[in-house]
Design a protein around this ligand. Sequence first.
Ligand code: S3P
Length: 169
Amino acid sequence: MTPLSLIGLPGSGKSTVGRSLARRLDLPFLDADAVVEERIGCSIREYFEHAGEDAFRNVEESVLDELTRTHPGVLATGGGAVLRATNRERLRARGRVIYLCSTPAELLQRVRHDRNRPLLQVQDPLARLRELFEQRDPLYRETAHLVFEIGRPSVGRLVGLIMSQLELG
Ligand code: S3P
């Protein structure tokens, strides 16, 4: 069982917040995308290019299945982890799930110079983020036990907020 998983769109801070939360809780941290990259032996961007998105989603599903059964700490997931119902069910059943929710405009500020996110290498990344938000926000909400509308607080404040909610729950 994985005690805590973080979900949300690219740029929502899952890895940064997850790492900091794990440190505060004295738990190990894992980034599911990094584990996927170890498995496929190249970057996710390259894999998207030569194998396609479906192949990536298959590896992602098996990595999430394994990690949600075995990782005893905080897990940051890729933004598309909620697309498959099996992933949503496993994440929710095997631990507490936290959704870091930001608006497309805020997300764009954080990812605009990032060339490693294959889905955002398009002419109009803001329009793409809006589409992803529309499609996925309901899925993130369905999967999460706790939702944080993050706006722009510091990582430290956000982690403090999550810690206090977790203690209440
Ligand atoms: C994806 C998000 C990425 C990565 C892959 C697909 C998505 O993770 O898993 O490029 O579908 O939103 P981040 O959310 O860490 O960027």
